[in-house]
Design a protein around this ligand. Structure first.
Ligand SMILES: [Cu+2]
Length: 149
């Protein structure tokens, strides 16, 4: 799989709650537009007022907060009734599987959890999505951890 560098996002907080400091990337799969956003816990702690993540999932566990936002490709409607599981293939070859918890941010249903991305290197992230109706879908991302955040 070819890696894509997730560009640091200098966008303002947009219609959904991807934090300004998050690295993010969008993939479209089977009619769903899937956004992955990763924010370091250090950044979250520096800007707690901008980051509702600080109170999520029982507080920051791990080094990074991972958020998935799903929209219908055609209508642009937020899809909030999906079971989302993430399988992370870490740079050292180990795997981390976690259920992403629904998180209501700014009135939208997103999905997230904390992960340990301690090592520099490539994290191959499989996002397995099971909609209430319809077939399960998978989106693949590569998070290239190169520096401090
Ligand atoms: Cu969260």
């Amino acid at each position: 799989m070819k890696g894509i560098i997730l560009a640091a996002a200098f966008l303002l907080v947009s219609v959904f709650a991807v934090p300004a400091y998050a690295q993010h990337e969008i993939k479209t799969v089977d009619g769903l537009k899937v956004t992955l956003a990763i924010t370091s816990v250090d950044e979250i702690k520096k800007h707690p007022e901008e980051h509702p993540e600080i109170k999520m999932h029982g507080g920051p566990k791990g080094t990074h907060h991972l958020l998935i936002h799903i929209e219908d490709e055609k209508t642009g409607k937020v899809v909030g009734d999906v079971s989302v599981k993430t399988i992370v293939h870490n740079p050292d070859g180990s795997r981390t599987e976690k259920i992403l918890e629904p998180m209501a941010l700014a009135g939208f249903e997103d999905y997230g959890n904390y992960f340990d991305f301690k090592e520099l290197g490539d994290y191959h992230i499989e996002v397995a999505m099971t909609p209430l109706k319809g077939a399960p879908k998978k989106a693949f991302f590569v998070y290239e951890r190169r520096g401090e955040h």
